[in-house]
Design a protein around this ligand. Structure first.
Ligand SMILES: Nc1ncnc2c1ncn2[C@@H]1O[C@H](COP(=O)(O)OP(=O)(O)OP(=O)(O)O)[C@@H](O)[C@H]1O
Ligand SMILES: [Mg+2]
Length: 242
């Protein structure tokens, strides 16, 4: 028994997409909890439903079955304002394909969040944006537009942007997909260290090695949780190899 209350409870969640005659059952009765101060990794091959699952948890899509409970409350029953606050403040989303605003520089992509989501005083915005850029190893690339950055660099800006919100729950979709080994390790250090002070990190990936650094690993296949494994002693990121 885990005495700590979960931040998020996913209960029998299903999601199907119907297009014409074809129905895809992307999630089939998925159940698991997300706990504070933990890193959870969901592992599974392409098409097994990882991004679909993150979209439901992030409140940017609606499941076709089951429940999502946030702090004990069902998300489907939140008011529009509460749902907006949940998406804006509680959740940090590192998208699989980055979703940076193309006509803002790396720095401005981050400043935008600090200013409009965090309501940070303008004097502090510049300093904090630079700190976040430096934390992902891009302290000198702030003035570049997304198209002037490599895929891995855009991915890191996207991570810095998600961290800028200081969210309770960080959802990361293949956060090391575009990164070389040593940069990937630095980013994973950052993500793992983020899972404290009541915050929870959920990483989805096809890379089995990442399961080793997690407190809990869920194996997803064809929209179903095949099994759930608890790591009593997660491997330090420094020892990870892939
Ligand atoms: N908007 C959509 N409309 C119809 N089908 C969709 C939609 N989004 C996803 N799917 C289908 O749902 C299934 C799960 O897709 P999903 O993107 O969640 O997989 P994934 O595990 O994230 O894959 P990858 O590792 O390639 O990113 C796939 O069969 C996909 O084609
Ligand atoms: Mg995906």
């Amino acid at each position: 028994m885990n005495a700590v209350e979960p931040l998020i409870k996913v209960e029998n969640m299903s999601k199907s997409y119907t297009m014409g005659e074809v129905t895809v059952n992307a999630l089939r009765e998925v159940t698991f909890d997300l706990f504070p101060d933990q890193v959870t990794v969901i592992l599974g091959p392409s098409g097994c439903g990882k991004t679909t699952l993150l979209n439901q948890i992030g409140g940017i899509d609606t499941p076709t079955g089951g429940k999502l409970l946030v702090g004990g409350r069902e998300i489907q029953k939140l008011s529009q304002k509460e749902l907006t606050d949940y998406r804006r403040k509680m959740i940090g989303f590192v998208f699989q394909f980055f979703n940076l605003i193309p006509n803002l520089t790396a720095r401005e992509n981050i400043e935008f969040v600090l200013e409009y989501v965090m309501d940070m005083p303008s004097g502090e915005v510049k300093r904090r944006a630079q700190e976040l850029l430096a934390s992902v190893g891009l302290g000198d690339r702030g003035d570049h537009f997304p198209y002037q950055l490599s895929g891995g660099e855009q991915q890191r800006v996207s991570i810095a942007r998600a961290l800028a919100k200081d969210p309770r729950i960080l959802l990361a979709d293949e956060p090391t997909g575009e990164l070389d080994y040593s940069t990937g390790k630095k980013i994973l250090e950052l993500l793992v260290s983020f899972a404290n002070n009541g915050r929870s990190v959920l990483i989805v990936t096809h890379n089995k090695e990442l399961g080793k650094i997690a407190n809990r690993v869920l194996h997803l296949r064809d929209g179903r949780v095949l099994r759930e494994v608890t790591n009593e002693r997660p491997m330090p990121v420094s020892q990870l190899e892939w």
